[in-house]
Design a protein around this ligand. Structure first.
Ligand SMILES: [Zn+2]
Length: 368
């Protein structure tokens, strides 16, 4: 049983949640204005669709590392996630995908649920790698289908301006994969064309994509003008608050991801991101040349960052949970209602994490 101010799809309720067999069995609560009491907040567990690592472990190290990562992020309120791969040579990437596929079958105790895999690269622009290693390739359908066979890939990030990629987008979309535009120098028109072919999202909006100029609106312009969904890294290092506000006005279901690396939840020092060395210092993770290389963000911090910009907690919660679930077509996560998985986060009145439940299992949290 969990008691407090509960954020339900119908608004705030004060009362308790009964959990049975990992799911919400009953909500015994009545409407409330949470400003009128000092009970904790209970919001849906966070869903992070772009996470490379955490707790010193990197997805590209394989299955055991992915479990370490899923445990680390559960301690910060993430109840489900997509393990996100980096660009790598084919044999290496395939080996990792096989291992991730195995890990995704069962949820180890104390960890977030791995909903599947986000394939970020290798089908990206060699001229917009961000922190991806220089091993981008042009997508070939047979190879992509082979990857889909060995791992539960839910999201693929690719650059749409590369010859042949619009057709790949259509093939993937027809198989229910969410195709995201990212690591791209494509033009506005190429972005619009990708959306017409079935792309549905944008990967870390603003970062590693052509920016908006009023006579050349670029990929950011295509997103702001047309997207229903896009992911954003709200660590306040990757994107200026003003750009976040612009995106919030333009993209109704803008949702948050961490893009976090092995350095998340760890002290300053040197870590791996795929095949590259990165350095964590002052909250940022960078390649040796200074390029931002993912983040150290955790979802509880993402929540506090967005609230610090003046967004209501209920709106922020949607951007950390509900919209990501909706985007993947998942109807029993990202919302607190009877029948849904008991994926819950309890926050005190200063929005510090008090408790996390993954499918009803209470996780020992980090007190921030
Ligand atoms: Zn990434």
């Amino acid at each position: 049983m969990v008691t407090g101010n509960i954020l339900t799809p119908a608004g705030w309720r004060h009362g308790r949640i009964e959990i049975e067999a990992g799911r919400i069995a009953a909500i015994d609560a009545s409407p409330v204005d949470p400003a009128r009491n000092d009970a904790p907040y209970i919001v849906p567990g966070f869903i992070d669709l772009h996470v490379h690592g955490g707790g010193g472990a990197d997805t590209m190290e394989g299955g055991a590392a992915a479990v370490t990562m899923a445990r680390l992020h559960a301690r910060f309120g993430t109840t489900s996630l997509l393990a996100t791969t980096m660009t790598a040579p084919r044999h290496e990437l395939r080996k990792v995908l096989v291992e991730l596929g195995e890990v995704a079958r069962e949820r180890p105790a104390g960890s977030a649920r791995m909903l599947g895999v986000h394939l970020e690269g290798p089908y990206i622009s060699p001229s917009k790698l961000g922190a991806q290693p220089p091993e981008a390739v042009v997508a070939v359908l047979d190879e992509v289908l082979d990857y889909l066979n060995v791992a539960p890939i839910k999201v693929v990030t690719l650059a749409p301006e590369i010859s042949g990629h619009p057709r790949i987008i259509a093939e993937l979309a027809s198989r229910g994969i969410r195709v995201q535009i990212g690591h791209t120098l494509g033009s506005y028109d190429e972005g619009v064309n990708a959306l017409k072919h079935g792309a549905t999202g944008f990967t870390h909006l603003f970062n590693a994509m052509s920016g908006l100029h009023h006579r050349e609106p670029g990929m950011v312009g295509a997103a702001l003008a047309h997207a229903d969904y896009a992911e954003l890294i709200p660590d306040l290092l990757h994107v200026h608050p003003g750009a976040i506000r612009a995106a919030l006005r333009a993209i109704p279901n803008l949702y948050c991801v961490t893009d976090s690396t092995a350095a998340a939840g760890m002290p300053d020092g040197e870590y791996r991101l795929g095949s590259q060395g990165v350095v964590k210092c002052l909250g940022a993770v960078r390649l040796k040349d200074g390029t931002l290389a993912g983040s150290t963000l955790t979802m509880d911090k993402a929540l506090r960052n967005l609230v610090s910009l003046g967004l209501p907690l209920a709106d922020v919660s949607n951007r950390l949970s509900r919209y990501a679930a909706d985007y993947l077509g998942i109807t029993d996560r990202g919302r607190i209602e009877v029948g849904a998985w008991a994926d819950l986060v309890m926050l005190d009145r200063a929005l510090a994490l008090q408790a996390t439940y993954v499918e009803g299992e209470e996780i020992v949290v980090e007190y921030a």
